[in-house]
Design a protein around this ligand. Structure first.
Ligand code: G2I
Length: 474
């Protein structure tokens, strides 16, 4: 990681270049040395050029190709972010329930760390590429399996992932703008926010993204559906940090002229945006133009963190016949490569922070809840419950609001109804699973400022608790 960032732009951006300039004045030749305030120096690879702009340039990697020297040569030379094309998906990491295999994903993380690259995690919860055992589950059993999967995988990779695609492709194609009807959706419409809260609890340092395709055109119903969900999540304090735009472009779903508008509008919700699976079918100058446009659009949006292409050579692509990538089958740079590199070197709007992070991710979670809408209560704290009940199970979110003195540790006590049992919880340590249960803060949500709020949650079988729990300072 350090290697790439060292190649990056801090010095280049701030260092004025000395140039020897000949000036013809009044018939005399005067040679003067002037300091020119130039833009950053041109990067000669995608990764270096992106780093000059405070961005990354990544690719999807198939781990079984790490023995192909042409492939690895391009990977190590050009890219400073990697995504596992398949190796961190549910079917790959949990082939039998609660038995995890991380070997292929671990190989990619090791390769990335050894070569100064960061890693995007893909994907924790998705209706596709589920193992057979998960495909046969439904309702609370599937919900619980999803929560366990996210917890185990995100915990295994804790501290090593730049951003996770927590939920992938949960919206319908077509004109409804509605959520996709999947077995996950049928566990309760809050499954997406449960997934995000679970991921935050397991790896508080990773950015948490929602990732989808056909969300690039601002006028499309699917784009609007995702936008409304993200707006709602931000308003309610669901821990979402970023939105991934897969950007698989072809004649049926071409690069839209309003792409930049889409990125800007999402960023204005207070999330980062990332281009996560870029490929553009075509060839020659039209393909090159589209690649250049995508790069310029990302650079124009301060919160666009970077771009990942979905493979290295055309022959590596899931859509190989559409020749959608930056290198041909022999590993030669295509016109699209040159267009992307040139667009990176043109520069754009700097990101909000001048440099990408150079240190380990923070160990405490960023705030996840919205500011209070009412004045702080008189006592130490109050707690309110919001539950989603389905047949046989429930998810309860608890919002803790600190009183005028703030909190340095807290407990919330309630009674789980008879016959019900807690099966999983996040952002808290419960004293038990049934009857009278006290929930204690975890490290990262111990402190709550005066009038501030924090949230935790739990999932269970049976009937959700109701009423107003007792909240106390600890
Ligand atoms: O479909 C393109 C991408 C759309 N967004 C989510 C991505 O995760 C998805 O990636 C593709 C991979 O590029 C393919 O490589 O996801 C496909 C599965 O949905 C991947 O294809 C699978 C094949 O279906 C399997 O038969 C094969 O065993 O790749 C596997 C490994 O080669």
């Amino acid at each position: 990681m350090d290697k790439v960032l060292a190649r990056g732009s801090a010095a280049a951006r701030s260092r004025p270049r000395a140039a020897v300039v000949s000036i013809l004045a009044a018939g005399a030749v005067v040679t003067a040395t002037v300091a020119m305030a130039t833009s950053a120096s041109a990067g000669t690879t995608l990764g270096a050029a992106a780093a000059e702009q405070g961005r990354y340039f990544g690719t999807a990697v198939a781990v079984n190709k790490l023995s192909d020297s042409t492939y690895v040569g391009i990977l190590n030379r050009e890219f400073n972010m990697v995504t596992a094309e398949n190796e961190m998906k549910w079917d790959a990491t949990e082939p039998s329930q609660n038995q995890f295999t991380f070997s292929a994903g671990d190989r990619l993380v090791a390769h990335a760390q050894a070569n100064g690259m960061r890693v995007r995690g893909h994907a924790l919860a998705w209706h596709q590429q589920q193992p057979g055992w998960a495909q046969s589950l439904s309702g609370s059993a599937l919900r619980q399996a999803m929560v366990n999967h996210i917890t185990q995988v995100a915990t295994h990779y804790r501290g090593k992932i730049y951003a996770w695609d927590v939920v992938n492709e949960a919206f319908d194609d077509g004109n409804s703008g509605a959520r996709r009807n999947t077995s996950l959706e049928r566990t309760g419409s809050d499954w997406i926010e449960v997934a995000f809260r679970t991921a935050r609890a397991a790896d508080p340092g990773a950015k948490l993204c929602y990732n989808d395709y056909n969300t690039d055109n601002w006028t499309w119903a699917k784009t609007q559906g995702v936008y409304n969900m993200v707006r709602d999540f931000k308003a309610r304090g669901v821990p979402i940090d970023c939105v991934g735009f897969q950007s698989h472009f072809n004649s049926g779903s071409p690069y839209p002229s309003n792409y930049r508008t889409t990125l800007q509008n999402f960023a204005a919700l207070g999330v980062d945006v990332q281009i996560t699976e870029l490929d553009i079918e075509g060839s020659g100058s039209s393909q090159a133009t589209a690649y250049g446009n995508v790069v310029r659009d990302c650079l124009a949006v301060a919160r666009c963190n970077g771009i990942t292409v979905w493979g290295i050579r055309d022959t590596d692509s899931w859509r190989a016949s559409g020749t959608p990538l930056l290198f041909d089958g022999s590993g030669n740079k295509k016109p699209a490569y040159t267009a992307a590199l040139n667009a990176l070197n043109e520069g754009g709007t700097p990101p909000p922070t001048t440099e990408p992070p150079t240190s380990e991710p923070p160990t405490s979670a960023p705030p996840t809840s919205a500011p209070p809408t009412s004045p702080p209560p008189g006592g130490a704290c109050t707690a309110t419950l919001t539950s989603n009940q389905w047949q046989g199970g429930f998810v309860t979110n608890v919002r803790v609001t600190a009183g005028a003195s703030g909190l340095n540790g807290w407990t919330v006590s309630l009674t789980v109804p008879s016959g019900a049992a807690i099966t999983n919880s996040w952002s808290t340590q419960p004293s038990g699973t049934s009857g009278a249960v006290t929930f204690r803060n975890v490290d990262y949500n111990r402190q709550v400022g005066a009038g501030g709020t924090t949230e935790f949650g739990f999932q269970g079988t049976g009937t959700a608790p109701t009423g107003t729990p007792t909240c106390a300072a600890a």
